[in-house]
Design a protein around this ligand. Structure first.
Ligand code: AMP
Length: 279
């Protein structure tokens, strides 16, 4: 991969990377199309990264179909980088990034998935070193991941432009996810409650609600209307520091949630900007 990337760079071409764990859907393909706009050569990495799963998570069950994924990428990506775990981690699990990444992993998913973002930061750093891109595209669906990767790329001076792409959704609002495959028809029906509750929260804010606790409770009680759905967290944080806020003022906020629908953990979020009120 490095020699391919090096040859492309020497030929003066701009390289883009779209890191994924495979089981590709339209959300991933939208990222690939976005990458095309910024580069001459788009690489998609497909790697179910063991270091970002904790022992009780779905690493083994995670859907894998490299052949189908490669077919989906035909005509839109120039290279697929699908290393094995042994190639990525020849010395076993690496100890890198075992720090608290400037508190960015303290809340939201970071509070519930111990070691997850350290695993993500490590694998993305390694993918950057292997694929040597000028730009990399990530989805805003994993909003905390995007903020952490952006910070890591800046702090370590990778010189890679990080692009965030908006969330791609099903017609009823459910954010596309490889994990949606786990849902049975009834769970799939109830899963719409994630995006619905975010839309309601946004509407409440537009009507003037500024108390984060009230908004959180509204989201939680909306989600409770679906018997198979159980909230893991519903948070309103500053979109840059990812620290919870009590009262919304002027600024940019992230309303983010993780919800179990049956056994399946789904995440979703929305960003909102509150401007200075005009006189
Ligand atoms: P994953 O394969 O789930 O690790 O995701 C790979 C990339 O695709 C990440 O940057 C995700 O944020 C992004 N992604 C996954 N689902 C969506 C979606 N529905 N809309 C936009 N980006 C997505």
């Amino acid at each position: 991969m490095q020699s391919l990337a090096e040859a492309e760079r020497t030929a003066g071409r701009r390289l883009a990377l779209v890191p994924t764990m495979g089981a590709l859907h339209e959300g991933h393909l939208a990222l690939v199309r976005e990458a095309q706009k910024h580069a001459d050569c788009v690489t998609v990495s497909i790697f179910v990264n063991p270091t970002q799963f904790s022992p009780d998570e779905d690493f083994e069950a995670y859907p894998r179909d490299l052949q189908a994924d490669t077919l989906k990428l035909e005509g839109i990506a120039d290279a697929v980088f699908a290393p094995t775990a042994e190639e990525m981690y020849p010395f076993g699990v690496p100890p890198y990034f075992s720090m608290n990444i400037r508190n960015l992993n303290r809340h939201l998913c970071g509070a519930f998935r111990e070691g997850h973002f350290e695993g993500v930061a490590t694998v993305v750093a390694k993918l950057f070193l292997a694929c040597r891109p000028h730009v990399a595209v990530f989805g805003k669906k994993d909003a905390q991941q995007l903020v952490i990767i952006r910070r890591m790329a800046e702090e370590l001076g990778f010189g890679i432009k990080i692009i965030g792409h908006s969330i791609v959704r099903e017609a009823d609002g459910l954010a596309l996810s490889s994990r949606n495959q786990y849902l049975n028809p009834e769970e799939r029906r109830q899963a719409v409650v994630l995006s619905e509750s975010l839309r309601e929260a946004k509407a409440a804010i537009e009507r003037g609600e500024r108390d984060a606790d009230t908004l959180r409770k509204q989201i939680q009680s909306h989600i409770k209307t679906q018997p198979l759905a159980e909230v893991q967290y519903a948070e309103i944080v500053d979109s840059e520091t990812l620290q919870p806020v009590k009262v919304l003022k002027t600024g940019q906020y992230l309303v983010a949630l993780a919800v179990f629908v049956g056994e399946t953990r789904l995440i979703d979020n929305t960003t909102l900007y509150l401007e200075e009120p005009t006189a």
